[in-house]
Structure formats: C-alpha cells, structure tokens
Design a protein around this ligand. Sequence first.
Ligand code: GDP
Ligand code: MG
Length: 182
Amino acid sequence: MDSSDDEGEEYLFKVVIIGDSAVGKSNLLSRYARNEFNMHSKATIGVEFQTQSMDIDGKEVKAQIWDTAGQERFRAVTSAYYRGAVGALIVYDITRRTTFDSVGRWLDELKTHSDTTVARMLVGNKCDLDNIRDVSVEEGKSLAEAEGLFFIETSALDSTNVRRAFEIVIREIYSNVSRKVL
Ligand code: GDP
Ligand code: MG
C-alpha cells in the first residue's frame, strides 16, 4: 500500500535513569511505564528496563528505559548500564540535599561512559513533599542552566510531571537524530 515507504522507519532509544539511592528512580519508571507507585519499594539488585512507546510526528518512537535497580548503592553502576544511552534522567530528592550534591558526580560518570550526544534532564523528585524541601526550585534551575540540562520537578507519588519528564527527553533524542539524518 502507499504507506509502505514508511515501513522500517523505527526508532528505539536507550534512556538511563541515574542518581543516588532512594531518590525515586524506580518509582518514576513504574509510574511512567505502569502507572504504579510503591511506598515501600526495596532496591533490588540487577538491571531492569521497560520499553515505552510514544507517537512523534505520526511515528512510533520507542524508549528502552533502564533502571539501576540498586547498583548505585555500591557505587557500582557498570559501563554496560550506560552503553548506547542517548538520553538520561539525573534524579535527586528535593528533601535531601546530599542527593543534589551528588548530581555533579553522576554527570561526570555519564560523560565518562558515553561517546555520543546524550539528552539530559535534571529531575528534582518528591515535589509533593514541599513542606520538608531542602533544595529550592531556583537551585535546581540554575544547576541545570550551568550544565546545559533540561530541568523539571516531579512527584512519582502524585504523578506530577512524570510523563512530561520522560517525554521531553525522548522528543529531544528524536530531534537530535532527525537533525543528523537531514
Ligand atoms: P530509588 O532507589 O531511586 O529507585 O528510589 P525508589 O523508587 O525505590 O524510592 C525510594 C523511596 O522513596 C520509596 O519509599 C518510595 O516510596 C519513595 N518515593 C519515591 N518517589 C517519591 C515521590 O515522588 N514522593 C514521595 N513522597 N516519596 C517517593
Ligand atoms: Mg531503585
């Protein structure tokens, strides 16, 4: 049929989620991929990923989103985890400043392991806990500006901005790729 020209135009992008332990990485992914939240989630060992599809310009774009699944507790996120990643969410917990202080280290690690342009989003998670906030929105914004990252605050608990966080990254990857093709 006349749409056969478009066949084979498939996109599959690898996106990694990084950041200190207990900032909400696994819950952001489960909220996005399955609309689930777990108040007592435990860090399991081993790497897991979920594949999510979205529509961009009428094309099906798939993102394979990887979760460290507890490796980060031992500062032992392997290079295999980063291999081939073209997008990253760097997550901190707005109620724990130490997790914000670690962002630089995560960015360095990402840089060390990637040999391509990576669409990067700084994510301040747990914004539902504004009453015990330890990192201001302005601090998040200015770090993101200084490092050339997108920035968003999210709540995996009440769903605020979770979809948006992933989709902005996936759209940016898509536009990086289409720019290359053109
Ligand atoms: P990870 O170690 O970074 O994967 O973090 P988890 O997703 O396992 O979450 C760690 C803890 O924080 C769990 O008890 C979650 O229920 C809680 N948590 C995760 N996201 C949020 C959030 O947006 N708001 C609140 N209030 N708690 C959250
Ligand atoms: Mg986890």
